[in-house]
Design a protein around this ligand. Structure first.
Ligand SMILES: [Zn+2]
Length: 103
């Protein structure tokens, strides 16, 4: 089941704090996209698998009941430190691509 959470995070492209859309798939982060520039990252299974020992990953990938300041900091750190796949295409195109390939 997909769910979405909005949170302000630091964006390298916008060079400041901007609203981001976090998409959770079964309560695990799948994508994080900047609402302003559409720059985003996608977490693939490999990344998650390779980093399952990381406390940081455990803290940030699961959907929280409420996004706290602490979690925002963790997420920012996470985005900097993880070898995540960069989405260079606009977000909308990405979802269309996914849809096509899921069917
Ligand atoms: Zn941005």
């Amino acid at each position: 089941m997909k769910s979405v959470m909005k949170v302000d995070l630091l964006c390298n492209i916008c060079n400041g704090e901007t609203p981001h859309t976090i998409i959770y798939n079964d309560n695990v982060i799948e994508q994080i996209v900047c609402d302003c520039c559409q720059y985003g990252i996608m977490l693939d299974d490999e990344t998650i698998k390779q980093n399952t020992g990381s406390d940081l990953l455990k803290r940030v990938v699961t959907k929280p009941a409420r996004m706290t300041e602490e979690m925002k900091k963790d997420l920012g750190l996470f985005l900097k430190s993880m070898p995540v796949r960069i989405i260079s295409k606009p977000y909308r195109m990405m979802t269309e691509y996914k849809k096509t390939h899921e069917e």
